[in-house]
Design a protein around this ligand. Structure first.
Ligand code: NDP
Length: 287
């Protein structure tokens, strides 16, 4: 069997054109959706993510503000800027690109963002609302995965799901969202004793680890849906340096029923759902 592909690029294109229509409707009411992005330091990957987020806003007819600070900036400067953006009624979403330099208390920075503008969904108030099943903003990557499962019509109720990875950004919110849809969820992590025992039971397997091709075909239940969140680089071989996921795509696609590719799977959906959250924030303001 060769798995069918769940195409994140195609779904993103479709959703972003819907967002452009919603942004245009808001503009007619005098509200231009606006996302403020703060970048601190010189991490090249972060700079690319920020550039793509800003470009995504522009293409969807939304406004963006980009503030860039050097790696040695005093955290008080960034906190003061966040306070300013919190108070600005023309700004609907605020995002601080992670990771922050070591001299920053990242948690304090995330907590300083007004919860109603926290479009990444990382503020404790928003995490609490998600856990209670009443989310205000759903973190973008797991939100994108839910949209992909929905568009691929993957049955969720009662499904055995294994999420590999327990980060606050991906693994934990992913597990909560699937639980809310009545999946039976197992979360695995670096201390899990027999990872393959768990993954082989999964009707839906979500890999969010950050380790090049660690999930191989023999770890997958035949016919399962495999969602690869990982963004890694091939360390060797003919594709050295190119993007790859946590899943060994070639062996996995022979066993799985459906699979997301890397690139072109979860990656584009993350920015798409950031635009969705910004739009939702602006729509709430326009009510
Ligand atoms: P983190 O490093 O924060 O978390 C990784 C998780 O994987 C941890 O919970 C860790 O366990 C677990 N882990 C590490 N090694 C193993 C192992 N051998 N077996 C099982 N579990 C293991 O990463 P993120 O959640 O931020 O990101 C995960 C991946 O997703 C990365 O590749 C990242 O680049 C990618 N990503 C992609 C996005 C996209 O848009 N496509 C967006 C965000 C992330 P423990 O907690 O015990 O340490």
């Amino acid at each position: 069997m060769t798995a069918r592909l769940i195409d994140g690029n195609a779904l993103s294109t479709q959703l972003r054109s819907e967002f452009a229509n919603r942004a245009a409707a808001l503009k007619e009411k005098g509200v231009t959706p606006c996302l403020a992005v703060i970048l601190v330091g010189e991490d090249p990957a972060s700079a690319v993510y920020v550039r793509n987020k800003v470009a995504g806003c522009e293409k969807a007819g939304m406004r963006s503000i980009k503030d860039v600070y050097g790696p040695d900036v005093d955290p008080s400067v960034v906190l003061a800027r966040i306070a300013e953006l919190n108070a600005d009624p023309a700004v609907h979403g605020i995002l601080v690109q992670l990771p922050l330099p070591k001299h920053f208390d990242s948690e304090a920075v995330l907590e300083s963002i007004a919860p109603e503008k926290d479009v990444d969904g990382f503020h404790a108030e928003n995490v609490g609302a998600l856990v209670q099943g009443n989310p205000r903003f759903i973190p973008c990557t797991p939100y994108g995965v839910m949209k992909m499962l929905e568009s691929a019509k993957v049955p969720l109720k009662g499904a055995e799901v294994v999420v590999v990875g327990r980060s606050n950004i991906v693994g934990k919110p992913m597990a909560m969202l699937l639980l809310a849809r009545s999946c039976t969820v197992t979360i695995c992590h670096s201390q899990t004793k027999d990872l393959a025992f768990h993954t082989r039971r999964a009707d839906i397997l979500v890999a969010a680890v950050g380790r090049e091709r660690m999930i191989t075909g023999d770890m997958i239940k035949p016919g399962a849906t495999v969602i690869d969140v990982g963004m890694n680089r091939f360390s060797s071989g003919p594709n050295a340096g190119k993007l790859c996921g946590d899943v060994d795509f070639e062996s996995a696609r022979e066993v799985a029923g459906a699979i997301t590719p890397v690139p072109g799977g979860v990656g584009p959906m993350t920015i798409t759902m950031l635009l969705a959250n910004t739009l939702e924030a602006a729509e709430r303001c326009a009510k």
